[in-house]
Structure formats: C-alpha cells, structure tokens
Ligand binder design. Structure first.
Ligand SMILES: [Zn+2]
Length: 198
C-alpha cells in the first residue's frame, strides 16, 4: 500500500537523519574536547616553575638566555652565578642587546660577576636609589619574563629554598620592561670594582 510504504520510508529517513545528526554531534564534541585539551597544553607550556636547591633554576635561566635573539634586560640584587653570567656574555657576543641593572651591594672590592659582565662589554648599571634594589628579573625578547625569589647566585642554586617562574607573556613582559626602564633612569654606569666608594 502506498501510504504504508510512505510511512516506512519516512520512518527510515527519520532514523537515518537522527543517526546522521548524532554522528555530527559526536564529531563536534570530540573536536571541542581536543581543542580544549590543546589550549590547556599550550597554557601549561607558557608558565614553568622551578624550585631550588638543585631544582633546575640555573639551567632554566641559561636555557632561556641561549634562545635570546634580540634583547635581555636584567635586574638583580646579588649576582654571583658564573653559568648565568657566561650565558649573558654569550648572548651579548652573538649580538643580543644585553643590559644589567644591579643593586649597590654589587659594588665590591673583589672581582665580581658585575666586573666580569662589564669587562665583557655588557652595559652594567648600579641602582643606588633604594634601601635594597631587590628585583630578580629578566625580560627576554620582549616576551619571556623570568622572576621569583631566586637570586642569580651560586648559593640560591645550591643551598637556598627559592622559586623561579619562566613566563611567556608579551603584556607582562611590557610591564616588567617599563619598570626596568624606570630603574635604569636613576642608575649609574658601573665603573668596575674600583668605584666601590662612590
Ligand atoms: Zn631603582
């Protein structure tokens, strides 16, 4: 009977349409889950944290400096880490614009990392305008920010309890770079350990 056949036809068409839609919905759901997961993975890679002692802080700083292509702005309180000083000088030698602002305590009568940096041609400045210039910051290529309690020192790596964040964030890098520039304005060029008394 034509009407019964028509009924069966529409019933099958309905089932097929239902299955088709379910298939598409499943696909869309899987795609959404997959994209959400990859976004989460990207975010995770954009922020890394390290802890000392012996938690890879120095290595993380050196690795980031080895990737630097255009600029490295440094603010440091104490600076005695030979591997980090060497990585800064290496960056400078391959044409990266490296500049360092240090706390006044880094003007010592001994040959220090500040002397090594200055003598290696890295513009090095002393910020004497604060009780303590306590920032420990690097801004690399206007997009990577390295900061935390971790001083760029041997003791911070080997003996202290410290943390270090490596953050990929252009907006945050701009803020840190602006703050770095504010401190540079009232800092003076480091003249070597002979200017201890100044
Ligand atoms: Zn300052």
């Amino acid at each position: 009977m034509p009407s019964q056949r028509l009924f069966i036809f529409w019933r099958f068409a309905g089932i097929r349409l239902f299955l088709f839609l379910m298939h598409k919905l499943t696909f869309a759901f899987c795609l959404f889950v997959s994209l959400a997961h990859s976004a989460e993975t990207r975010t995770a890679k954009n922020r890394e944290v390290f802890f000392s002692p012996a938690g890879g802080c120095t290595e993380a700083v050196v690795n980031a400096l080895e990737k630097a292509k255009a600029s490295v702005l440094v603010q440091a309180y104490s600076f005695t880490s030979a591997p980090i000083a060497k990585a800064l000088v290496d960056a400078k030698r391959r044409g990266v614009n490296v500049q360092v602002v240090l706390d006044k305590t880094q003007k010592t009568d001994k040959y220090s990392s500040a002397d090594f940096l200055r003598n290696s041609g890295v513009p090095t400045f002393i910020d004497s305008q604060h009780a303590v210039a306590h920032n420990k910051v690097m801004v690399i290529d206007g997009q990577t920010v390295i900061t935390g309690s971790f001083n760029f020192t041997k003791a911070a790596e080997a003996k202290n309890a410290e943390n270090l964040l490596v953050i990929q964030d252009v907006e945050m890098a701009k803020k840190y770079a602006a703050n770095w520039s504010e401190h540079l304005k009232h800092s003076t060029a480091y003249q070597g350990h002979a200017d201890k008394g100044q």
